[in-house]
Write a protein that binds this ligand. Structure first.
Ligand SMILES: C[S@@+](CC[C@H](N)C(=O)[O-])C[C@H]1O[C@@H](n2cnc3c(N)ncnc32)[C@H](O)[C@@H]1O
Length: 266
């Protein structure tokens, strides 16, 4: 079992490497999830909003436009490289700042935010109990929390793909972290409730497409399998292609049942 510092450094390394093509390849595919998350958040004029695990910043930027000049948005992430891409997208959003920081140690004072958002980031948080306490700490009384998380591999093709590829990748230094880690959201909901946030889960079937297996492989498995010997990579690709591309080639739709954990601080 790795120390918590080593485990977090491993997680940072993955996202730093993914930052290179995240905006071009992944962000556009996640857009329906960003919109569904924001719809459930009620983010609007003059509010203070936190976006945890902001990545390349799409949710934070949309929130900054929604809250207007009288509001403010903070986007946080553990990956400096993801945040650098997010910063590079800013045009004139003077009400938005990006800050390096983890969900387990949010860089904000108590009661700072009306709304805390987490789009597809809580699955990668190593200490979710600490994150739940931190989210409750930085929310104002009555403040809203909305997180989007994937369901399990039977209902979520992106999780099925990454689980199949992950079976060939080096063993992660911590358990319970990865795309399907919140397929059962109940343990995290219990941690949120302990911290003072009562939530429910709403599910929605969303999806995206890839033109062919090779492009999906590069985006979804390129980083996690980068350290493998070339023969092992080929073996992994054949196995994942057989599991995910039954017709062998061509475009494929990914059906991703997405769960929205929604609640308010008491
Ligand atoms: C799948 S990306 C989602 C990015 C963006 N929110 C979106 O919806 O496109 C997951 C993000 O969570 C970040 N992340 C992982 N663990 C984190 C933690 N403990 N605290 C904050 N961010 C974290 C990663 O660095 C990465 O940018």
């Amino acid at each position: 079992m790795a120390s918590s510092e080593d485990a977090q450094a491993w997680q940072v390394g993955i996202w730093d490497r993914k930052s290179q093509n995240y905006l071009q390849e992944t962000d556009k595919r996640f857009r329906p999830i960003h919109e569904a998350l924001l719809d459930r958040s009620g983010v609007g004029g003059n509010q203070s909003v936190l976006d945890i695990g902001t990545g390349t910043g799409s949710v934070a930027i949309a929130a900054a436009h929604a809250v207007g000049e009288g509001g403010d948005v903070t986007g946080t992430d553990i990956s400096a490289d993801m945040l650098a891409v997010a910063e590079g997208r800013l045009v004139d959003e003077t009400n938005l700042v990006f800050r390096l920081g983890s969900a387990e140690e949010i860089p904000a004072v108590d009661g700072s935010f009306h709304v805390v958002l987490a789009s597809l980031s809580m699955m990668y948080v190593i200490d979710r109990a600490a994150a739940a306490r931190e989210i409750a700490r930085v929310l104002r009384p009555g403040g809203r929390f909305v997180a989007a998380v994937w369901s399990g591999p039977d209902d979520c093709d992106i999780v099925k793909f990454q689980t199949a590829a992950g079976a060939f990748a080096p063993k992660p230094p911590v358990a319970g972290v990865g795309p399907g880690a919140l397929a059962d959201p109940l343990p995290f909901q219990a941690q949120l409730l302990d911290a003072g946030i009562d939530t429910e889960v709403e599910t929605e079937e969303l999806g995206f497409d890839y033109d062919d297996f090779e492009s999906a492989w590069e985006v979804l498995a390129g980083v996690t399998t980068a350290s493998l010997e070339p023969e092992r990579v080929e073996e992994a690709k054949l196995a994942v292609q057989a599991a995910m591309w039954p017709n062998g080639e061509g475009p494929r739709h990914f059906r991703n049942v997405t769960q929205f954990i929604v609640g308010n601080k008491g």
